[in-house]
Write a new protein. Sequence first.
Length: 88
Amino acid sequence: EGRVYLPNVFTPNGDGINETFRVLGLPEIEMKIFNRWGNLLYESSSGGSWDGTFQGKWVPEGVYVYQINIQQCDFPEKIRTGTVTLMR
């Protein structure tokens, strides 16, 4: 059984380190990112990674909510939600 890693912080600041929020260990997921008001900022149906932008512009530092729908049929929890902190 593989390990799944859901980071709780990422730092899209142009230094090439920790630039995107992505789930490691699960290739087949749908991911959505929301701001604190529940507005959808990012959506991917193929794994993907969020770079901290919305409509081509940087979003402010802060806490964002993710929802991940796991496509693997043998994984016990199909939907996970949590928060990730964006720091620059």
